[in-house]
Design a protein around this ligand. Sequence first.
Ligand code: DP6
Length: 325
Amino acid sequence: MKATAKAHTNIALIKYWGKRDESLILPMNNSLSLTLDGFYTTTTAEFREDLTADRFHLNDRLVDGTEYQRVTAFLDRIRRAAGRPDVFADIHSTNHVPTAAGFASSASGFAALAAAAAKAIGLQVTDPELSMLTRQGSGSACRSIYGGFVEWEKGTKADGSDSYAVPIAPKDHWDLRVAAVVLSSSEKKILSREGMKRTVETSPFYPAWVDNIPDDLAAIKQGISQKDFEKVGEIAEANCLRMHATTLAASPPFSYWHSTTMAIMQAVQDLRVSGVPAFFTIDAGPNVKVLYLPEQEKIIRNTLQEIPGVHDVTVSRPGEGVSYI
Ligand code: DP6
């Protein structure tokens, strides 16, 4: 009744932004990501007859409050699926992230938790089934089941049985780099869950966001298959800007950007003007990820590290999917 799994985080090039079902976590739109080798979570799950409640340790610290509630609610789904409502789990997770900046750990966290817990409780699942299960913990995490480029198909069924990730191209398909730029300051943040809900409910820009997705997806998939860096970068950057534009039109309006976020965006656009191909993307927070090709490593690092307000730059390559230890 014990298993350990490892999962990497992923960065969306076409963003998941908005749910059509909040309980099952069913998205309004398909999304597409690249799994990264630089950030991962290792989780050990042990189901024990003697426990009367779940216990969740993150980086050796016992967790309570909302974070614990989210984990235990997710374990309830696993227990139901396995037909074992009576056993509780002891969970130990370690997040391998460069700083404590709350950096994109939920995708790797829920993917590793789903894989370890399903295996520990004896649930036999295929990869699509594991992705579907993971989705119900955190949407973006369902893409971390696979390595390389991954698409999350939104599906059309009300029960969510056709909403899961599918691999598009393996990690060895293309040697890209993603620099994760972490800022030194972090303000009170609006969680992605809360931010996307407000946007769906109030932003007049939201329907335009959804309408545009099929075009972006078709074009980026073609770019990935042809390894056309300019095309992939341009689409990813534009898609990110469109997502963030929806938040500015929400009520009340909000933005995830800090002044340093914008300085990094500007620096990346200046690099392009000077002939260095690089593109940015930003999730529901102030940190920025910069996409580039290996030959630009030096100039990218130097440029990003010099920007005032940048705390840390960590470079990732395409990473692998879930594995068991
Ligand atoms: C902006 O997966 O964190 O990073 O499903 O509510 O847990 P929940 O949301 P989450 O949202 C991620 C949003 C995003 C875009 C993306 O990763 O596709």
